[in-house]
Design a protein around this ligand. Structure first.
Ligand code: RB5
Length: 146
């Protein structure tokens, strides 16, 4: 499983920390930018990571902007993306267990670094539970066709 990273300028510092954390764990990481704190537009990175994750089912994405709000809204416009903005460990675990979220969104200006790394670990280490949750995901997929 590859982890695809993306962030705007507000998320860049946390993205670099997350990338180091994942690399230390020996995970395969694809960093689609941004690569500095120069101002950029978060929808561009949401689109790049969203399309990459949908093209390679099984891969997971992590998107970071200032709050995680804009970048998750944008990513969820891509068909097949289930991006979840998580602010604690339990949310990250449930986003995988119940929602089979394929992208984790974080707020680089709103979530402390240590908490963010815990959230990342919970997200990547938790599997989708299936069962009754799959029927609900099927209903979400149907909404994409409307
Ligand atoms: C950028 O200033 C900021 O608006 C962006 O990172 C994000 O927080 C939007 O939701």
């Amino acid at each position: 499983m590859k982890i695809v990273l993306g962030a705007d300028h507000a998320g860049y510092p946390l993205k670099e920390r997350v990338k180091a954390h994942l690399t230390e764990q020996g995970r395969e990481v694809l960093d689609l930018g941004t690569y500095s704190t120069e101002s950029v537009d978060y929808p561009d990175y949401a689109a790049a990571v969203g399309k990459a994750v949908v093209a390679n089912p099984g891969d997971l994405g992590i998107l970071i902007c200032g709050t995680g709000i804009g970048i998750s809204i944008a990513a969820n416009k891509i068909k097949g993306v289930r991006a979840a903005l998580c602010t604690d460990y339990a949310m990250a675990k449930l986003a995988r267990e119940h929602n089979d979220a394929n992208i984790l969104a974080l707020g680089g200006r709103t979530t402390a670094e240590a908490a963010a790394l815990d959230i990342v670990d919970a997200f990547l280490r938790t599997a989708f539970a299936g069962g009754r949750h799959q029927m609900r995901l099927d209903k979400i997929r149907n909404l994409e066709a409307e």
